[in-house]
Design a protein around this ligand. Structure first.
Ligand code: ADP
Ligand code: 5GP
Length: 207
């Protein structure tokens, strides 16, 4: 049904709500979208299943996969390796569904150089305060990991701010509003619109 639509890359700081938006989309349209299951060396969070959210693996195995040229792109994020295998994207393509990738800014830079030619959607927090509250509210990461993710968020937002990085930006303020936009972009609707890139005034004083 979505066979002609290019892969959809979702990126944005950790804790902004990418997984929440993607899961809701996949629940509403199980036949239209397929998730590209990445490899990672980080430990599973409670509720995460191997082969569903990620292929959980060891640093040694990950390095072997790099040597075997198994990855379309890979990166180090917050002390762990993450990568999209050719196989992960092929598996979704074989189902005829639109492929969704949830990757970091380094991965976005890399896939932009490949024939994948994705539509890139940046999910922005409404503020840095909201982002740090979400990371803490999710209660899946240590305080140290949260601090690292917030520092990385600053770099990711700087990257996204450069011209030509994304096709759409969605500010995940009110979840229903953001989801409505996300859904119309993901479904390739002709009149789909993103938001304006926010200025994030509370940028410096709460990081
Ligand atoms: P990501 O996948 O980007 O790291 P998650 O989807 O895990 O982020 O969301 C992080 C936390 O923020 C979760 O606890 C989620 O329920 C919450 N969240 C997501 N979107 C919103 C929103 N619009 N408003 C408030 N909380 C949100
Ligand atoms: P988390 O540990 O919160 O699941 O993910 C941390 C970051 O890694 C997020 O920004 C997420 O988008 C990114 N990520 C997940 N999978 C991949 C991947 O395969 N490649 C890259 N480059 N980043 C990924």
């Amino acid at each position: 049904m979505n066979m002609t639509l290019p892969p959809l890359v979702i990126f944005g700081p950790s804790g902004v709500g990418k997984g929440t938006l993607i899961n809701r989309l996949m629940r509403e349209f199980p036949d239209a979208f397929g998730f590209s299951v990445s490899h990672t060396t980080r430990a599973p969070r409670p509720g995460e299943r191997d082969g569903k959210e990620y292929h959980f693996t060891t640093p040694d195995n990950f390095k072997n996969l790099i040597s075997d040229r198994a990855f379309i792109e890979h990166a180090q994020f917050s002390g762990n390796f993450y990568g999209t295998s050719f196989q992960a994207v092929k598996d979704v393509a074989a189902t005829g569904k639109r492929c969704i990738l949830d990757i970091d800014a380094q991965g976005v830079q890399q896939v932009k150089q490949t024939p994948l030619q994705p539509v890139v959607v940046f999910i922005s927090p409404p503020s840095i305060t909201a982002l740090s509250q979400r990371l803490r509210g999710r209660a899946t990461d240590s305080e140290e990991a949260i601090q690292r993710r917030l520092a990385t968020a600053r770099r990711e937002i700087e990257y996204a701010r450069q011209p030509g990085i994304f096709d759409y930006v969605i500010v995940n303020d009110d979840l229903d509003r953001a989801y409505h936009k996300f859904k119309s972009i993901a479904n390739g609707e002709m009149d789909a619109r993103g938001d304006q890139m926010p200025l994030l005034h509370d940028w410096n004083h709460d990081l």
